[in-house]
Design a binder for this molecule. Structure first.
Ligand SMILES: Nc1nc2c(ncn2[C@@H]2O[C@H](COP(=O)(O)OP(=O)(O)OP(=O)(O)O)[C@@H](O)[C@H]2O)c(=O)[nH]1
Ligand SMILES: [Mg+2]
Length: 463
């Protein structure tokens, strides 16, 4: 099992830069002694009661020169974030002060905290389980209301509780099969095979539903990636600018203006949408434009929705039809294509989408700012079936959880096959134990050390 470091650790918990205050965190057995050695005040930190705040100064190594006036908050373990003795020093913000105080704490015996080490300690001390620890990082990184809400729900422990309830059912089943082994000589079965299969099926269904919720959970946590694609001059950059409400990308009547992919995001209905404005697709001899087109195709492959912008001021040629066919075929993952007919203010009379075999589309004019709300609604609608499975239902937003659930399902399937084939319950029990382990990985019961290190290593320092 993961070893808890005995050192007392310290780090600045707020971003480095100019700001009102900075907070330095200290956690460990000697947190109070270390803080006391640099803190001058009427009260002693060592003897002060838990959950109190003290005003005083931090003095330099000479013990006389004042570095800053500060507030020191103290939390005695186990009633603290990490479960250990914790001190938080609130000093003035800025580039220098917090770093200076930190160096004094190091000199007094504190070790520098690794990324996520405070939360890792909270996890190892049983203050949070793994999904809750991950939720802490998600809250910090959430950029939309929906991702924030999902993280808060995860932090509250609802996901862990649900996973635990499924584990309980599995554990019961497993114990039953293992108990049967004791009576194997007598050939006694404690439950009919049909009954066991029924129970495995029902657990499988619950896990499958939870795992399926990832398609929406991913949107909630990471946002919906929308690639703006189309021919040069179709109005992709114009549309990006309208969606953002600012002149972000260069717009010109010269075909082939955009070369690099431009990435910007907005919030629609509480969900983050990340737009990629790309180089227009055409056969080009210009090497820079060719590179731009290569990047367009990469953006398309990574997108969740392809927003195909079409210039309606002229009719389609056979060449256009061929290009669209090639593009749709090049996208291996079956993402939705939303067709957006632009320049309706100067629409060609002969223009018809039927030439392309497209039935559903949105008409807009970037010039007159028409149809943009409709377009936004369509984008949300394309994502909503995935993400609004009722506000009360539990969703997973983390690919690690999804992978663990998929492995659980595989083990359950094996167990089901074993039972169906009339093989001994002991074989099925082994598969069910595997399933239990995979489920345990989600909440951190059976998570290998390297995975734990990877998870906490992605946190910021001071968290
Ligand atoms: N009349 C009219 N002109 C438009 C509309 N939208 C864009 N334009 C014009 O079409 C031209 C091309 O617009 P861009 O937004 O640069 O087109 P793009 O698809 O980004 O083009 P590339 O970057 O070259 O691939 C510009 O002159 C725009 O002002 C529209 O709705 N109506
Ligand atoms: Mg452009």
């Amino acid at each position: 099992m993961h070893q808890l470091s005995q050192h007392t650790i310290a780090a600045v918990a707020t971003p480095i830069g100019i700001g009102g205050i900075s907070v330095i965190r200290i956690s460990g057995n000697t947190a109070f002694q270390i803080a006391q050695s640099v803190f001058k005040s009427g009260t002693s930190i060592i003897t002060a009661p838990s959950h109190t705040i003290h005003y005083g100064t931090i003095n330099d190594a000479d013990g006389l020169t004042v570095v800053d006036t500060v507030l020191v908050s103290l939390f005695r373990g186990p009633n603290s974030y990490t479960g250990e003795d914790v001190i938080e020093i609130s000093c003035h913000g800025g580039y220098f002060v917090a770093q200076k105080i930190l160096s004094l704490l190091y000199a007094a015996g504190a070790h520098s905290a690794k990324p996520g080490e405070f939360t890792q300690r909270a996890f190892l001390n049983g203050k949070l389980d793994l999904t809750q620890a991950e939720a802490v990082a998600d809250i910090i990184h959430s950029r939309s209301e929906k991702s924030h809400r999902a993280s808060v729900m995860q932090l509250s422990g609802r996901l862990s509780k649900y996973v635990n309830s499924i584990r309980e059912q599995l554990l019961n089943l497993c114990s039953l099969l293992e108990l049967e082994l004791d009576f194997s000589q007598e050939g006694i079965e404690l439950a009919t095979r049909e009954d066991i299969l029924k129970r495995i099926n029902s657990i499988e269904l619950e896990i499958k539903n939870l795992s399926d919720s990832y398609s929406s959970g991913k949107f909630v946590r990471e946002g919906v990636r929308v690639a703006l694609i189309g021919k040069p001059n179709a109005g992709k950059s114009s549309l990006l600018n309208i969606l953002l409400g600012e002149e972000r990308a260069i717009v010109s009547e010269i075909a082939g203006t955009t070369r690099d992919v431009i990435e910007e995001s907005i919030i629609l209905s509480g969900l983050e949408f990340v737009f990629f404005d790309t180089a227009g697709l055409r056969d080009s001899y210009d090497t820079i434009e060719q590179e731009g087109i290569r990047r367009t195709l990469i953006s398309l492959k990574q997108a969740d929705i392809a927003l195909f912008i079409i210039d309606s001021s002229y009719s389609f040629s056979q060449e256009d039809v061929l290009m669209l066919k090639q593009i749709t075929e090049s996208v291996e993952n079956q993402i939705p294509f939303l067709f957006c007919i632009n320049k309706t203010d100067i629409k060609d009379k002969a223009f018809s989408l039927m030439d392309l075999g497209v039935i559903h589309s949105v008409e807009i004019s970037c010039k007159l700012n028409l149809g943009i709300n409709r377009l936004k609604e369509e984008l949300v609608a394309l994502s909503v079936p995935h993400h609004d499975s009722g506000s009360s239902s539990i969703i997973i937003t983390n690919v690690r959880h999804k992978d663990a659930l998929m492995s659980t399902l595989e083990s359950l399937q094996k167990a089901r096959e074993t039972i169906s084939q009339g093989l001994g319950g002991d074989f099925a029990a082994v598969d069910l134990r595997d399933a239990l382990n995979y489920l345990g990985e989600i909440i951190g019961l059976t998570t290998p050390d390297d995975i734990l290190n990877h998870i906490f290593g992605k946190f910021c320092i001071g968290k």
